[in-house]
Design a protein around this ligand. Structure first.
Ligand code: PEP
Ligand code: MN
Length: 261
């Protein structure tokens, strides 16, 4: 169902004013929702810079259990409020089907890299009507990502958006290696929209813009970027967060580049 064979036209997932898979789409926001002030301030600034969707984690699957795990239900509420105030649809990561009722006002359900093969979660999201943003595991092949998407599609939910976020290689200079070839391969093999998340691949601020531009040039349908109003005070992933000003500059460069493609 995910394959391009027999499905030559691109799937377009509409969320708010965004037509993901048709028009280049920018999703921006903090790694984690930390407070009302934080998420509202970031939402206003990324919206002004041209983001079409607001991201923010509330249930954070952190590698260490001793780091900030998100505000949970309260985080979702703050995110949705900031989204309503700015007119931006919101994206947040769901880690367990039992959280679904808390996600009532969330527009796009994100499956994180660590849950790409959580098949019970995928099956449940296949029964939902909301779009699912499925991130590639750092240890999965392109084929395995498409097979994971198949679980959602097979349940009847056709609104699946794929996202490349970097894979594990021998290179440790960046946090993960953005698989630019994988972006082009996914576009070749599937009709589903393909986004790129340069933030989690980069792991540090300086690499985010070059990777974002490379992903756009390779044919990505959009980008998901972590932005913080005070990165040095961020409770998670501060090192890779762009400031609101840096995001605005990147958005202009990406728009100029995609106009040429
Ligand atoms: C995220 O986007 O918040 C995230 C945790 O990313 P990933 O699942 O790709 O690590
Ligand atoms: Mn993050």
């Amino acid at each position: 169902l995910a394959a391009r064979t027999g499905h030559p036209e691109d799937t377009v997932v509409s969320v708010g004013k965004a037509r993901i898979g048709q028009d280049f789409c920018l999703i921006a926001g903090p790694c984690a929702v930390e407070s009302s002030e934080q998420v509202t301030s970031i939402a206003r600034q990324v919206s002004a810079a041209g983001a079409q969707l607001l991201r923010g984690g509330a249930f954070k699957p952190r590698t260490s259990p001793y780091t900030f795990g998100g505000l949970g239900a309260e985080g979702l509420e703050l995110l949705c409020r900031a989204g309503r105030e700015t007119g931006l649809p919101v994206v947040s990561e769901i880690t367990d089907p039992r959280q679904l009722s808390l996600f009532r006002e969330v527009d796009v359900l994100q499956v994180g890299a660590r849950n790409m093969q959580n098949f019970e979660l995928l099956r449940e999201l296949g029964r939902q009507e909301k779009p699912v943003l499925l991130k590639r595991s750092f240890g999965a092949t392109v084929t395995e990502l498409l097979q994971a998407a198949e679980y959602i599609l097979a349940g009847g939910n056709e609104r699946v958006i794929l996202c490349e976020r970097g894979i594990r290689t021998f290179e440790t200079d960046s946090r993960a290696t953005l698989d630019v070839a994988g972006i082009a391969a996914l576009k070749e093999q599937s009709h589903l929209p393909v986004l790129a998340d340069p933030s989690h691949a980069a792991g540090r601020r300086g690499l985010v813009a070059p990777l974002a531009l490379a992903a756009a040039a390779a044919g990505a349908d959009g980008l998901m970027i972590e932005v913080h109003d005070r990165p040095e005070e961020a409770l998670s992933d501060g090192r890779q967060a762009l400031t609101c000003g840096e995001f605005a500059r990147l958005a202009r460069r990406v728009q100029a580049l995609t106009a040429l493609l």
